[in-house]
Design a protein around this ligand. Structure first.
Ligand SMILES: Nc1nc2c(ncn2[C@@H]2O[C@H](COP(=O)(O)OP(=O)(O)OP(=O)(O)O)[C@@H](O)[C@H]2O)c(=O)[nH]1
Ligand SMILES: [Mg+2]
Length: 327
Protein backbone atom coordinates (compact mmCIF):
# COMPACT_ATOMS: atom_id res chain seq x y z
CA UNK A 1 0.00 0.00 0.00
CA UNK A 2 1.43 3.40 -0.88
CA UNK A 3 1.64 6.23 1.57
CA UNK A 4 -1.30 8.14 0.14
CA UNK A 5 -3.62 5.16 0.43
CA UNK A 6 -2.46 4.56 3.95
CA UNK A 7 -3.18 8.16 4.95
CA UNK A 8 -6.61 7.89 3.32
CA UNK A 9 -7.40 4.67 5.18
CA UNK A 10 -6.30 6.12 8.51
CA UNK A 11 -8.42 9.24 7.90
CA UNK A 12 -11.44 7.14 7.04
CA UNK A 13 -11.05 5.11 10.21
CA UNK A 14 -10.72 8.29 12.27
CA UNK A 15 -13.95 9.52 10.72
CA UNK A 16 -15.64 6.34 11.86
CA UNK A 17 -15.94 4.74 8.43
CA UNK A 18 -17.16 1.21 9.07
CA UNK A 19 -15.91 -0.33 5.84
CA UNK A 20 -12.42 1.11 6.18
CA UNK A 21 -12.31 -0.07 9.79
CA UNK A 22 -13.46 -3.56 8.83
CA UNK A 23 -10.80 -3.73 6.14
CA UNK A 24 -8.09 -2.68 8.56
CA UNK A 25 -9.29 -5.23 11.12
CA UNK A 26 -9.04 -7.97 8.51
CA UNK A 27 -5.50 -6.89 7.73
CA UNK A 28 -4.68 -6.92 11.44
CA UNK A 29 -6.07 -10.43 11.69
CA UNK A 30 -4.03 -11.55 8.71
CA UNK A 31 -0.96 -9.88 10.22
CA UNK A 32 -0.39 -7.80 7.12
CA UNK A 33 2.53 -5.37 7.33
CA UNK A 34 0.37 -2.42 6.24
CA UNK A 35 -1.84 -2.99 9.28
CA UNK A 36 1.08 -2.13 11.52
CA UNK A 37 1.72 1.02 9.51
CA UNK A 38 -1.89 2.06 10.03
CA UNK A 39 -1.79 1.23 13.75
CA UNK A 40 1.33 3.37 14.14
CA UNK A 41 -0.52 6.33 12.69
CA UNK A 42 -3.62 5.71 14.76
CA UNK A 43 -1.72 5.50 18.04
CA UNK A 44 -1.73 9.25 18.86
CA UNK A 45 -5.52 9.25 18.49
CA UNK A 46 -6.19 6.47 20.98
CA UNK A 47 -7.42 6.52 24.54
CA UNK A 48 -10.82 8.13 24.28
CA UNK A 49 -13.05 5.06 24.51
CA UNK A 50 -14.02 3.44 27.79
CA UNK A 51 -13.03 -0.21 27.44
CA UNK A 52 -15.06 -2.74 29.40
CA UNK A 53 -13.93 -6.35 29.62
CA UNK A 54 -16.49 -9.12 30.15
CA UNK A 55 -14.72 -12.31 31.13
CA UNK A 56 -15.83 -15.67 32.49
CA UNK A 57 -16.07 -19.41 31.93
CA UNK A 58 -17.87 -20.82 28.89
CA UNK A 59 -21.63 -20.52 29.00
CA UNK A 60 -22.01 -18.25 32.04
CA UNK A 61 -23.89 -15.72 29.93
CA UNK A 62 -21.21 -13.28 28.82
CA UNK A 63 -22.69 -12.73 25.36
CA UNK A 64 -26.22 -12.33 26.69
CA UNK A 65 -24.96 -9.85 29.26
CA UNK A 66 -22.86 -7.99 26.70
CA UNK A 67 -25.81 -7.82 24.37
CA UNK A 68 -28.02 -6.42 27.12
CA UNK A 69 -25.38 -3.85 28.04
CA UNK A 70 -25.12 -2.77 24.42
CA UNK A 71 -28.87 -2.16 24.36
CA UNK A 72 -28.67 -0.08 27.53
CA UNK A 73 -25.73 2.00 26.38
CA UNK A 74 -27.34 2.60 23.00
CA UNK A 75 -30.42 3.94 24.78
CA UNK A 76 -28.31 6.73 26.21
CA UNK A 77 -26.95 7.48 22.76
CA UNK A 78 -23.46 6.10 23.23
CA UNK A 79 -21.76 4.44 20.30
CA UNK A 80 -20.51 0.96 21.07
CA UNK A 81 -17.92 -1.46 19.76
CA UNK A 82 -18.05 -5.14 20.68
CA UNK A 83 -15.12 -7.53 20.38
CA UNK A 84 -15.96 -11.18 21.00
CA UNK A 85 -12.82 -13.23 21.51
CA UNK A 86 -13.27 -16.96 21.30
CA UNK A 87 -10.00 -18.80 21.68
CA UNK A 88 -11.69 -22.19 21.47
CA UNK A 89 -13.35 -21.58 18.16
CA UNK A 90 -11.81 -23.25 15.14
CA UNK A 91 -13.21 -20.50 12.96
CA UNK A 92 -11.19 -17.50 12.04
CA UNK A 93 -12.18 -13.95 11.48
CA UNK A 94 -15.78 -14.09 12.23
CA UNK A 95 -18.94 -14.50 10.22
CA UNK A 96 -19.80 -17.81 11.83
CA UNK A 97 -19.06 -16.50 15.28
CA UNK A 98 -21.38 -13.65 14.50
CA UNK A 99 -24.27 -16.06 14.79
CA UNK A 100 -23.09 -17.43 18.05
CA UNK A 101 -22.85 -14.14 19.78
CA UNK A 102 -26.54 -13.55 19.27
CA UNK A 103 -26.25 -9.89 18.53
CA UNK A 104 -27.94 -9.72 15.20
CA UNK A 105 -30.49 -7.35 16.58
CA UNK A 106 -27.73 -4.75 16.71
CA UNK A 107 -26.54 -5.60 13.21
CA UNK A 108 -28.61 -2.89 11.56
CA UNK A 109 -27.68 -0.28 14.17
CA UNK A 110 -24.96 2.06 12.84
CA UNK A 111 -23.96 2.92 16.37
CA UNK A 112 -22.82 -0.64 17.08
CA UNK A 113 -19.79 -2.28 15.55
CA UNK A 114 -19.31 -5.98 16.28
CA UNK A 115 -16.25 -8.03 15.55
CA UNK A 116 -15.38 -11.61 16.46
CA UNK A 117 -11.91 -13.03 16.79
CA UNK A 118 -10.74 -16.59 17.06
CA UNK A 119 -7.38 -18.22 17.53
CA UNK A 120 -5.19 -18.36 14.52
CA UNK A 121 -1.54 -18.35 13.63
CA UNK A 122 1.20 -19.98 15.60
CA UNK A 123 2.37 -17.22 17.88
CA UNK A 124 0.17 -15.42 20.37
CA UNK A 125 -1.71 -13.70 17.59
CA UNK A 126 -4.93 -13.47 19.52
CA UNK A 127 -3.78 -10.99 22.14
CA UNK A 128 -2.25 -8.68 19.59
CA UNK A 129 -5.15 -8.88 17.14
CA UNK A 130 -7.57 -8.15 19.98
CA UNK A 131 -5.49 -5.16 20.95
CA UNK A 132 -5.45 -4.01 17.33
CA UNK A 133 -9.19 -4.36 16.93
CA UNK A 134 -9.84 -2.45 20.16
CA UNK A 135 -7.47 0.27 18.92
CA UNK A 136 -9.36 0.58 15.63
CA UNK A 137 -12.72 0.87 17.41
CA UNK A 138 -11.24 3.47 19.74
CA UNK A 139 -9.86 5.40 16.76
CA UNK A 140 -13.28 5.21 15.08
CA UNK A 141 -14.64 7.19 18.01
CA UNK A 142 -16.70 4.50 19.71
CA UNK A 143 -17.62 5.79 23.16
CA UNK A 144 -17.56 2.38 24.71
CA UNK A 145 -15.87 -0.87 23.75
CA UNK A 146 -16.98 -4.18 25.23
CA UNK A 147 -14.53 -7.06 25.02
CA UNK A 148 -15.95 -10.52 25.68
CA UNK A 149 -13.41 -13.23 26.49
CA UNK A 150 -13.56 -16.72 27.90
CA UNK A 151 -11.49 -16.57 31.06
CA UNK A 152 -9.37 -19.66 30.85
CA UNK A 153 -5.71 -19.19 30.03
CA UNK A 154 -2.95 -16.62 30.23
CA UNK A 155 -3.97 -15.12 26.89
CA UNK A 156 -7.36 -14.35 28.34
CA UNK A 157 -5.92 -12.77 31.46
CA UNK A 158 -3.80 -10.60 29.18
CA UNK A 159 -6.85 -9.69 27.15
CA UNK A 160 -8.83 -8.94 30.31
CA UNK A 161 -6.04 -6.58 31.34
CA UNK A 162 -6.60 -4.55 28.18
CA UNK A 163 -9.83 -3.19 29.62
CA UNK A 164 -10.13 -0.12 31.80
CA UNK A 165 -12.76 -1.94 33.80
CA UNK A 166 -13.05 -5.72 33.95
CA UNK A 167 -16.24 -7.54 34.81
CA UNK A 168 -15.82 -11.18 35.82
CA UNK A 169 -18.97 -13.19 35.21
CA UNK A 170 -19.87 -16.38 37.06
CA UNK A 171 -22.96 -18.51 37.12
CA UNK A 172 -24.33 -20.86 39.78
CA UNK A 173 -24.02 -24.58 39.35
CA UNK A 174 -20.86 -24.52 37.32
CA UNK A 175 -19.14 -27.03 39.57
CA UNK A 176 -15.63 -25.98 40.38
CA UNK A 177 -16.09 -22.62 38.75
CA UNK A 178 -15.17 -20.66 41.84
CA UNK A 179 -11.97 -22.63 42.12
CA UNK A 180 -11.22 -22.21 38.46
CA UNK A 181 -11.29 -18.43 38.59
CA UNK A 182 -8.68 -18.40 41.32
CA UNK A 183 -5.97 -18.85 38.78
CA UNK A 184 -5.02 -15.29 38.01
CA UNK A 185 -8.34 -13.91 36.91
CA UNK A 186 -9.52 -12.89 40.38
CA UNK A 187 -6.97 -10.11 40.61
CA UNK A 188 -8.06 -8.52 37.38
CA UNK A 189 -11.73 -8.31 38.35
CA UNK A 190 -13.02 -4.82 39.16
CA UNK A 191 -16.63 -5.94 39.29
CA UNK A 192 -18.01 -9.44 39.84
CA UNK A 193 -21.30 -10.65 38.46
CA UNK A 194 -23.17 -13.77 39.43
CA UNK A 195 -25.35 -14.16 36.38
CA UNK A 196 -28.31 -16.54 36.09
CA UNK A 197 -29.58 -15.35 39.46
CA UNK A 198 -32.81 -17.14 38.56
CA UNK A 199 -30.97 -20.46 38.92
CA UNK A 200 -30.62 -22.41 42.11
CA UNK A 201 -27.40 -21.81 43.98
CA UNK A 202 -26.93 -18.17 42.98
CA UNK A 203 -26.86 -17.03 46.60
CA UNK A 204 -24.27 -19.67 47.47
CA UNK A 205 -22.05 -18.70 44.53
CA UNK A 206 -22.36 -15.10 45.64
CA UNK A 207 -21.39 -15.99 49.22
CA UNK A 208 -18.42 -18.12 48.13
CA UNK A 209 -17.19 -15.41 45.87
CA UNK A 210 -17.45 -12.78 48.59
CA UNK A 211 -15.49 -15.01 50.96
CA UNK A 212 -12.79 -15.47 48.38
CA UNK A 213 -12.56 -11.78 47.68
CA UNK A 214 -12.33 -11.03 51.39
CA UNK A 215 -9.46 -13.47 51.72
CA UNK A 216 -7.43 -11.78 49.05
CA UNK A 217 -4.08 -10.55 50.13
CA UNK A 218 -4.12 -6.93 51.28
CA UNK A 219 -1.43 -6.10 48.77
CA UNK A 220 -3.51 -7.43 45.89
CA UNK A 221 -6.37 -5.15 46.75
CA UNK A 222 -6.77 -1.59 45.73
CA UNK A 223 -7.44 0.43 48.85
CA UNK A 224 -10.04 2.72 47.33
CA UNK A 225 -12.01 0.16 45.38
CA UNK A 226 -13.86 -2.75 46.89
CA UNK A 227 -14.99 -4.91 43.94
CA UNK A 228 -18.77 -5.23 44.14
CA UNK A 229 -20.49 -8.58 43.69
CA UNK A 230 -23.73 -8.19 41.76
CA UNK A 231 -26.50 -10.57 40.77
CA UNK A 232 -27.99 -10.47 37.28
CA UNK A 233 -30.38 -12.24 35.01
CA UNK A 234 -29.02 -11.28 31.62
CA UNK A 235 -31.93 -12.79 29.72
CA UNK A 236 -34.52 -10.69 31.52
CA UNK A 237 -32.25 -7.72 32.08
CA UNK A 238 -32.47 -7.90 35.84
CA UNK A 239 -29.66 -6.33 37.86
CA UNK A 240 -28.36 -4.47 34.83
CA UNK A 241 -28.98 -1.00 36.18
CA UNK A 242 -26.81 -1.74 39.19
CA UNK A 243 -24.13 -3.21 36.99
CA UNK A 244 -24.12 -0.13 34.79
CA UNK A 245 -23.92 2.04 37.90
CA UNK A 246 -20.96 0.03 39.19
CA UNK A 247 -19.17 0.40 35.84
CA UNK A 248 -19.80 4.16 35.98
CA UNK A 249 -18.51 4.38 39.55
CA UNK A 250 -15.36 2.53 38.57
CA UNK A 251 -14.90 4.91 35.67
CA UNK A 252 -15.18 7.85 38.05
CA UNK A 253 -12.46 6.35 40.20
CA UNK A 254 -10.21 5.93 37.17
CA UNK A 255 -10.76 9.54 36.14
CA UNK A 256 -10.36 11.05 39.62
CA UNK A 257 -7.17 12.93 40.58
CA UNK A 258 -6.47 13.99 37.03
CA UNK A 259 -6.97 10.47 35.69
CA UNK A 260 -4.25 9.11 37.93
CA UNK A 261 -5.64 5.57 38.03
CA UNK A 262 -6.40 5.48 34.35
CA UNK A 263 -2.87 6.56 33.57
CA UNK A 264 -1.51 3.84 35.84
CA UNK A 265 -3.53 1.24 33.99
CA UNK A 266 -2.46 2.61 30.66
CA UNK A 267 1.17 2.46 31.65
CA UNK A 268 0.81 -1.12 32.86
CA UNK A 269 -0.93 -1.95 29.62
CA UNK A 270 1.69 -0.26 27.48
CA UNK A 271 4.40 -2.18 29.31
CA UNK A 272 2.58 -5.45 28.67
CA UNK A 273 2.04 -4.56 25.03
CA UNK A 274 5.69 -3.75 24.53
CA UNK A 275 6.77 -6.99 26.19
CA UNK A 276 4.29 -8.92 24.04
CA UNK A 277 5.56 -7.28 20.89
CA UNK A 278 9.15 -8.03 21.78
CA UNK A 279 8.25 -11.63 22.58
CA UNK A 280 6.30 -12.13 19.37
CA UNK A 281 8.99 -10.51 17.29
CA UNK A 282 11.82 -12.45 18.95
CA UNK A 283 9.95 -15.71 18.64
CA UNK A 284 9.15 -15.12 15.00
CA UNK A 285 12.71 -14.12 14.26
CA UNK A 286 14.16 -17.17 15.99
CA UNK A 287 11.63 -19.45 14.35
CA UNK A 288 12.69 -18.04 11.02
CA UNK A 289 16.37 -18.54 11.84
CA UNK A 290 15.59 -22.04 12.91
CA UNK A 291 14.10 -22.79 9.52
CA UNK A 292 10.49 -23.44 10.50
CA UNK A 293 8.51 -26.31 11.87
CA UNK A 294 10.46 -29.16 10.29
CA UNK A 295 13.72 -27.98 11.78
CA UNK A 296 12.03 -27.44 15.11
CA UNK A 297 10.81 -31.04 15.02
CA UNK A 298 14.24 -32.30 14.02
CA UNK A 299 15.97 -30.42 16.82
CA UNK A 300 13.35 -31.53 19.31
CA UNK A 301 14.11 -35.13 18.42
CA UNK A 302 17.86 -34.62 18.72
CA UNK A 303 17.36 -33.02 22.13
CA UNK A 304 14.97 -35.75 23.27
CA UNK A 305 17.50 -38.38 22.28
CA UNK A 306 20.08 -36.62 24.42
CA UNK A 307 22.40 -35.86 21.54
CA UNK A 308 22.11 -32.13 22.17
CA UNK A 309 20.84 -29.99 25.02
CA UNK A 310 18.20 -27.28 24.60
CA UNK A 311 20.32 -24.59 26.27
CA UNK A 312 23.10 -24.62 23.71
CA UNK A 313 20.69 -24.88 20.80
CA UNK A 314 18.91 -21.78 22.05
CA UNK A 315 22.19 -19.94 22.66
CA UNK A 316 23.41 -20.80 19.19
CA UNK A 317 20.24 -19.43 17.65
CA UNK A 318 20.66 -16.12 19.44
CA UNK A 319 24.39 -15.88 18.81
CA UNK A 320 24.50 -16.47 15.11
CA UNK A 321 23.43 -14.09 12.38
CA UNK A 322 20.07 -14.26 10.65
CA UNK A 323 21.38 -15.95 7.51
CA UNK A 324 23.67 -18.62 8.91
CA UNK A 325 22.74 -22.29 8.63
CA UNK A 326 20.89 -24.23 11.33
CA UNK A 327 22.55 -25.53 14.45
N1 LIG B 1 -31.54 -18.89 33.13
C1 LIG B 1 -30.67 -18.02 32.61
N2 LIG B 1 -30.05 -18.31 31.47
C2 LIG B 1 -29.17 -17.44 30.98
C3 LIG B 1 -28.90 -16.21 31.63
N3 LIG B 1 -27.97 -15.54 30.90
C4 LIG B 1 -27.69 -16.32 29.85
N4 LIG B 1 -28.40 -17.45 29.88
C5 LIG B 1 -28.39 -18.56 28.90
O1 LIG B 1 -27.15 -19.26 29.03
C6 LIG B 1 -26.73 -19.74 27.76
C7 LIG B 1 -25.32 -19.26 27.46
O2 LIG B 1 -25.35 -17.87 27.32
P1 LIG B 1 -24.23 -17.07 26.52
O3 LIG B 1 -24.55 -15.63 26.67
O4 LIG B 1 -24.05 -17.61 25.17
O5 LIG B 1 -22.97 -17.44 27.39
P2 LIG B 1 -21.44 -17.11 27.09
O6 LIG B 1 -20.78 -16.96 28.40
O7 LIG B 1 -21.34 -15.99 26.13
O8 LIG B 1 -20.98 -18.45 26.38
P3 LIG B 1 -19.63 -18.69 25.53
O9 LIG B 1 -19.38 -17.46 24.72
O10 LIG B 1 -19.93 -19.89 24.70
O11 LIG B 1 -18.56 -18.94 26.54
C8 LIG B 1 -27.75 -19.25 26.75
O12 LIG B 1 -28.67 -20.28 26.50
C9 LIG B 1 -28.42 -18.10 27.47
O13 LIG B 1 -29.74 -17.88 27.04
C10 LIG B 1 -29.60 -15.92 32.85
O14 LIG B 1 -29.40 -14.89 33.49
N5 LIG B 1 -30.45 -16.87 33.29
MG1 LIG C 1 -20.29 -15.85 24.28
Amino acid sequence: MDDQKLVALVDQVLQGDTRAAARLMRDIDDQMPQAVLALKRLHPHLGRAAVLGVTGSPGVGKSTLTDALVTRYRRTGETVGVVAVDPTSPFSGGAILGDRIRMQRHATDDGVFIRSLATRGAFGGLTSSTRGVVAVMDAMGKDRILVETVGVGQDEVDIARMADTTVIVLAPGMGDDIQAIKAGILEVGDIFVVNKMDREGAARTEAELKTMLAMRDETERESDWDPPVLLTNAVEGRGLTRLIEAVARHRELLLADGQRRLQQRRTARARMELVNLIQDRALQEMYHRLGGQEQLDRLAQVIAEGRRDPYSVCEELFDRGPDEPNP
